[in-house]
Design a protein around this ligand. Structure first.
Ligand code: SF4
Length: 414
């Protein structure tokens, strides 16, 4: 068997340890009968995690579980159980995988981290900034468990974010407080919230630095590495663990640059990945690109956990802005300007759009964007049809052909 061209990042061991501690803490809380056990809040991935932590909740992110179900390739066994309960095969396959996992009482978290199962929520909190599916997803558990479901409704397709938008969003964040105080039995503590927001901001700056290092030619890290190493920025932001981890990763990547070590040997093509990862094919994709000496150096997806506004003085404005300035919330013109800037920053030779069947919200190739972008920048593109979790929507052959066509097109134009 030939050796994999994927280079191991040494910091991965530390990340696994921190992620294991995170999951075991949740597991212990979920299975404790002590009256003072820590309470658990489920939060959508770009929901108000800082506010929840300020009340002392342990925060669990169901989308992270969705990604685990996808990358461990068990989603296809689980999705039909959710379909049978009326959750369409056409809606978010994180949702259907996760609901299927609950219905079948099967999760890879048991084997990977020694957990007893998915930790049950004491409160469910969403932000519809990314899609409506997250609200319906958590509503499933509200009906199952009878726990409170609260959230923030964010307008989407935004260009400029106005004071009116922000005022409404700040008010919505504040309106969560009474329920969180009642469930947690604690009073709201503004100073604690400021501390958590400040910690989230430090995490953001570190994660941003990781992503920026990929602008170096050759890049010391690929998109496929980043989808794994973004874990702490997603599930541990606002905690010391995330701040502990990223300096170690950054040091290793800076050392790679100093030593001339690339994520992909002989890097000659630099790609941008637009849309969701195909979680069950990360390794295959990483190997295919490495075989072409192509490195996917940047993506919208991994950049979505950079929250620059967390540095604002007012923690409510910091959260409201951070969770609204996201790419997924914005209109087409804003998105195209963003992509042009990223292509320039990272020296992009080609772009891959992933049209994820069950996530129209994070598939940006359906309304002429690829054509407009290529006309404006000259950067060629391909679109692959697939899905984040449901591999029945993905054609290995089509993707391989598309990846080869992109490389050939670029080589021929040189
Ligand atoms: S943005 Fe897409 S992948 Fe994420 S929860 Fe919504 S539908 Fe699912």
């Amino acid at each position: 068997m030939s050796e994999s061209p994927i280079k191991k990042i040494q910091a991965t061991g530390m990340m696994r340890k921190l992620m294991t501690e995170h999951f075991l803490e949740l597991d212990a809380a979920a299975n404790s009968s002590a009256s003072d056990r820590p309470l658990i809040a489920w939060c959508t991935s770009v929901g108000p995690a800082e506010l929840l932590r300020s009340f002392g909740f342990l925060v669990y992110f169901p989308e992270n579980h969705g990604a685990v179900l996808g990358s461990s390739r068990v989603a296809a066994d689980l999705i039909p159980a959710a379909n049978a309960r009326g959750y369409s095969p056409d809606i978010c396959s994180y949702l259907t995988s996760d609901v299927g996992s609950y219905l079948k009482q099967q999760t890879p978290l048991m084997k990977a981290f020694g957990m007893k199962g998915v930790p049950r929520a004491d409160v469910l909190v969403y932000n519809t900034n990314q899609c409506r599916d997250v609200q319906d997803w958590l509503a499933f558990y509200q009906r199952e468990w009878g726990v409170p479901l609260i959230g923030i409704d964010t307008q989407r397709g935004l260009g400029e974010i106005t004071a009116d938008h922000l005022d409404g969003l700040i008010a919505q964040h504040k309106s969560l407080i009474p329920t969180l105080a009642e469930v947690s039995g604690r009073k709201f503590d503004l100073d604690r919230l400021k501390e958590v927001v400040a910690s989230s901001y430090r995490c953001t700056l570190l994660w941003k630095r990781v992503l920026e290092l990929a602008a170096h030619q050759p890049s010391p890290i690929s998109f496929f590495d980043c989808t794994i190493h973004m874990g702490p920025a997603v599930v541990l932001r606002g905690t010391p663990a995330a701040e502990e981890y990223y300096p170690v990763l950054i040091k290793e990547l800076e050392q790679r640059i100093a030593d001339g070590i690339a994520a992909v040997d002989g890097e000659k093509l630099r790609y941008y990945w637009e849309g969701m990862p195909v979680w069950g094919k990360l390794r295959d994709h990483a190997e295919q690109f490495a075989g072409q000496h192509a490195c996917v150096v940047a993506s919208t997806y991994c950049n979505s956990w950079v929250f620059e506004a967390m540095g604002l003085d007012d923690p409510f404005e910091a959260m409201a802005r951070s969770y609204t300035e996201l790419f997924i919330v914005r209109g087409e013109d804003w998105k195209e300007d963003y992509l042009k800037a990223k292509f320039a920053d990272y020296g992009i030779d080609g772009i891959i759009y992933h049209d994820a069947k069950t996530c129209p919200n994070n598939s940006n190739c359906r309304y002429g964007m690829p054509q407009r972008m290529t006309r404006a920048t000259g950067v060629p593109y391909v679109t692959i049809n697939g899905d984040l979790n449901d591999l029945r929507m993905y054609s290995e052959e089509q993707a391989r052909t598309q990846f080869e066509a992109l490389a050939e097109q670029i080589e021929e134009s040189r």
